[in-house]
Design a protein around this ligand. Sequence first.
Ligand code: ADP
Ligand code: ADP
Ligand code: MG
Length: 668
Amino acid sequence: MFTKILIANRGEIACRVAATAHRLGVKTVAVYSEADANAKHVAVCDESVLIGPPPAKESYLRAEKIIEAALATGAQAIHPGYGFLSENEDFADACAKAGLVFIGPPASAIHAMGSKSAAKALMEKANVPLVPGYHGDNQDAAFLQEQADKIGYPVLLKASAGGGGKGMRIVEKSADFKAALESCKREAINSFGDDKVLVEKYLTRPRHIEIQVFADTQGDCVYLFERDCSVQRRHQKVLEEAPAPGMTTERRQAMGEAAVAAAKAVGYVGAGTVEFIANQDGSFYFMEMNTRLQVEHPVTEMITGLDLVEWQLRVAAGEPLPLKQNELSIHGHALEARIYAENPEKGFLPSIGTLRHLHTPPSVAFELGKGAAASDPSAIRIDSGVRGGDAISPFYDPMIAKLIVWGKDRAEALAHMSQALSEYQVVGLATNVAFLKRLVESKPFSTADLDTGLIERNHAELFPALPGVTLPTLALAAGSLLASERNAAKDPWSNTSGWRMNGALQRTLKFADESGEYPLAVDYRADGWTIRLGEQGAALTIVEAEGKHLVVKVNGATARGTVVRDGDVFHVFSGGTHVALNYHDPLAHAGEAEAEGGRLTAPMPGKIVAVLVEKGNNVEKGAPLLIMEAMKMEHTIAAPADGVVEDVLYAVGDQVAEGAQLLAFKAG
Ligand code: ADP
Ligand code: ADP
Ligand code: MG
């Protein structure tokens, strides 16, 4: 075994790899960018090396810097995690040339699977079933359109070098093909430096089922069963589980054997995932092979009781696979939810900011490597690269954490997940926590009516109208405000409750959220307050106010929760829900004017990838004006109304800051 490894990654995966290394007595070296000097992954490793400025291109993607760091610190091997350089054959090669072990497959296997097109050609030869499509070299637009017409719509365009759900376009009809191809190629060249695409039949209601494989240098290869990752948004996984609901023993074996054949066809070594797209009838086709550890590997660990990173280290050190195929078995059911800094209500737009308040459900370190049976069956595992107070920056993936639960069956795992999500509190940026909870509890998911379109198809159920804010919730927000004022009032210089001093014992607290406005009339009484919202009135007393934790009585009934004030917003966490109430503070905002008007601004820092209008153009409401790329997604800036473009302030390739004005626009 190695004595020291370098982890060429950041965030949760770097922390997760370090945990296993330390358990095995292996020392770790972290690398970090200037944005990550205080990051958790740096703190948990034994040593660390600064490798460059925040952009990944100048830090986490700089192979030579990372290899230099490994040599300088005396590491014998490099674990690439996922993303970044993990599927970069040149990096794997460079490691070998520098005398370092790349903890992953040989460069030749990465190469073989690196292009989705070439991989499909190889799989065809190995008799692995493929989705009908064209994956050849001819990239002529008219030719590709002909192929699409032949395959029949809808078709899916995929960047051959793509990954992470990027560089894909569904084309519904021939007339849309040209525009989709252009946009696909643009994203492909921007993200992967290669605009080659393939065309596939777009399956309707498919499931994404993937097989974890593991191969050693002795030529053995096993499969560690399947994961169902059908629940996706923008072709990216949101929930993953193992085993796949409805999987039969025969099909599991057939898929497992096909995956092993795929791995063997490319001389695979280490952890890999063969992704299949499956029809509802169970027929399955090869989609791609990810030649690395997968984000969702923990669900496999939970049902097998194995530590896949330990296996990676052992295989990389030349040891044989720890277990044979017939020694592997499935125990119970595991579920993973990816907690992202994003806003599901706004098309899952990534969100950035500081985790000003972070409360997680109690989790125990899953006893990796000891078998699932040895761990607490209600164990919750949280893999995270951030702590309270840390920031989610625009430079990297906006994942906050992975929440992983285990149950003896799917129903129990679902119940654990739902409970864990209701205890997960984040303030400071938008998250998908509430959405995940609705998803896990929804009928289609809980009854395992799975396919990759689940989220879109059940949009109405998953995005219900915001319920009106209830009196107990308002009472908690008001109680928190009144308690803090009462505390502050002890200091005469910061006394904000002038109402009492003036003898005016009534005020109105103006709360609002997207569901409406909630002016709460408050009467001060000797022993508490009377609150009134429209027709509803109640006596309010504070039973307990300790930090953010609050217990109040509203007309004799107890309401408890956590209230976090973030500027003008009161975040009320109570009974598993999170309500964000805007509070209009009459003192803080005296004299502020609304000055927005004709500005079209960048929703987040990013790069301009297309400008679709010119100064002086007349446009209709909704017309796309400009496309920017930020956080690995394209964002279209559209005309807010019919009007005229008075100025275009940036050009293609320009980097823009959050809030920067992009265009001057005049409605009318
Ligand atoms: P990536 O490299 O981005 O992961 P994949 O080829 O694995 O790309 O596809 C990602 C997702 O896109 C799949 O999980 C699935 O939801 C969807 N998808 C891919 N191919 C097809 C297809 N032919 N028909 C329908 N959906 C597909
Ligand atoms: P999986 O199939 O395991 O979800 P993805 O293809 O979605 O894998 O990518 C794995 C992870 O790596 C994702 O979180 C993705 O956002 C991240 N990732 C992919 N490419 C990069 C990159 N170039 N830099 C940083 N993170 C990346
Ligand atoms: Mg994939």
